[in-house]
Design a protein around this ligand. Structure first.
Ligand code: COA
Length: 159
């Protein structure tokens, strides 16, 4: 089975990597799909987000990293994939993810959304929180892979 793992990845965190690693363990191929123009304002540009995801996942076989624009279900169809992977952290995620999964099901009934429970170690984490900790000078080594940590610190020093 081939699945898509879409996200903004602003930036990719150890929580995302944990989901991707666990998903490939039961898939033939996982396409990590980086949204070019997400609805939220991003800290990293699209090329930066894409590059960091590529670097962070380069050692995992069966993973391909691609950018996408438009609807996730359309991209899934183009990639000949009929599954979407998403991580679930908290009850608030559930409401958002439930709406998104049902909308996608409505748009494309042949595509299933599969949820993986986020590892408890990362269940409180979010990209927003990470950016806040970075700007307040906190230690992010437990939350980010080294190359992302470096990019966040660089951005902080520029800003
Ligand atoms: N561990 C820790 N944190 C996690 C996590 C995990 N396993 N999984 C997600 N997160 C966090 C992220 O850090 C991020 O935090 P933030 O909100 O503070 O930035 C948040 O959860 C969600 O980010 P992400 O997983 O990157 O996805 P997203 O919700 O931003 O984007 C898209 C999802 C790209 C599919 C969607 O927004 C989109 O653009 N879709 C295209 C249009 C479309 O198809 N619309 C119809 C859909 S109904």
């Amino acid at each position: 089975m081939k699945a898509i793992y879409p996200g903004t990845f602003d930036p990719i965190t150890n929580g995302h990597i944990d989901i991707a690693e666990r998903a490939v363990s039961f898939l033939d191929e996982l396409i990590v799909a980086v949204a070019k123009k997400p609805s939220k304002n991003c800290f990293f540009s699209y090329p930066e987000r894409l590059g960091l995801v590529q670097e962070a996942l380069s050692s995992i076989s069966k993973i391909k990293v691609l950018g996408f624009e438009g609807l996730v279900v359309d991209f899934a169809r183009i990639q000949k994939s009929n599954a979407i992977i998403r991580g679930l952290r908290t009850m608030s995620d559930f409401e958002y993810e439930f709406k998104m999964a049902l909308t996608n099901k409505n748009l494309s009934p042949e595509i299933e959304t599969l949820f993986l429970m986020t590892h408890p170690q990362y269940s409180f984490m979010s990209s927003q929180l990470i950016k806040e900790i970075a700007f307040l000078g906190g230690d992010l080594a437990n939350f980010l892979p080294p190359e992302v940590l470096k990019a966040v610190n660089q951005k902080r020093n520029e800003g």
